[in-house]
Ligand binder design. Structure first.
Ligand SMILES: NC(=O)c1ccc[n+]([C@@H]2O[C@H](COP(=O)([O-])OP(=O)(O)OC[C@H]3O[C@@H](n4cnc5c(N)ncnc54)[C@H](O)[C@@H]3O)[C@@H](O)[C@H]2O)c1
Length: 204
């Protein structure tokens, strides 16, 4: 099976790539290394250092013809999305759409989208929040990540793409950057290991 992973140099993407290589899949990674790291790249993959918004993506899809696409590349900084909504939308909406359209054109069999559970529901109306909970994002990041689910739903209705959207909550683990904006568990653990009191503050 040939699997194309966008964001495969990042925290979650690189762990996914390692698991896919381990089970014997052929893996192609697209990443612009904006937050991902070259040292996270599995040595047994083919790597394209480029942006998901690049028009050259068409050539990569044409050449590689992946069976499955796991789309993890994103602008994940929630505060940056508030301060730079155009940039956030450019990467998370237009970039994702570029990946989706090229997946359809090259006949991808399954599209896996790394959505978010933490940022799309907004203030909980009940707990625990499940998939039936109303979606009321309170950040531009939440809006941009959820918008892609609408495109995927539409293309599935039109019979163009078979997909699944995974609404990750606060993922934590190896290679996570505790200095980043996302990843509350890594940030709190880092503060506690340093003897600091973790604090929370509203973003808006
Ligand atoms: N970490 C979490 O708790 C969490 C929760 C919900 C959803 N997610 C989603 O999971 C995915 C991976 O997140 P992560 O925590 O591993 O973040 P990360 O920053 O470690 O990984 C994102 C990767 O995408 C790459 N990237 C960013 N912009 C790009 C672009 N324009 N073109 C190509 N590559 C680009 C980065 O270089 C990086 O390697 C994201 O889609 C994110 O929205 C993460």
């Amino acid at each position: 099976m040939k699997i194309l992973v966008t964001g495969g140099a990042g925290f979650i993407g690189s762990n996914l790539v390692d698991a896919l290589v381990e089970r014997g899949d052929e893996v192609v990674v697209i990443d612009n290394l904006s937050t991902g790291r070259r040292e996270n790249l599995n040595p047994h993959i083919k790597f394209y250092e480029t942006s998901i918004g690049d028009p050259g993506l068409a050539d990569i899809f044409e050449k590689e013809k992946p069976d499955i696409v796991c789309h993890h590349a994103a602008q994940i900084d929630l505060r940056r999305s508030v301060n730079e909504p155009l940039f956030d939308a450019e990467v998370n909406i237009l970039g994702s759409l570029n990946v989706i359209v090229n997946s359809i054109r090259s006949g991808v069999g399954k599209f896996v989208y790394a959505s978010t559970g933490g940022a799309i529901y907004g203030e909980p109306q009940y707990l625990p929040v499940d998939e039936k909970h109303p979606i009321n994002p309170v950040s531009q990041y939440g809006v941009s990540k959820h918008t892609v689910e609408h495109y995927l739903h539409l293309y599935a209705l039109q019979g163009e793409l078979n997909y699944v959207a995974l609404r990750y909550p606060n993922v934590y683990g190896s290679r996570q950057n505790p200095f980043g904006e996302a990843g509350v568990i890594a940030i709190f653990a880092h503060q506690m290991l340093g003897g600091e009191q973790p604090t929370m503050s509203p973003i808006l």
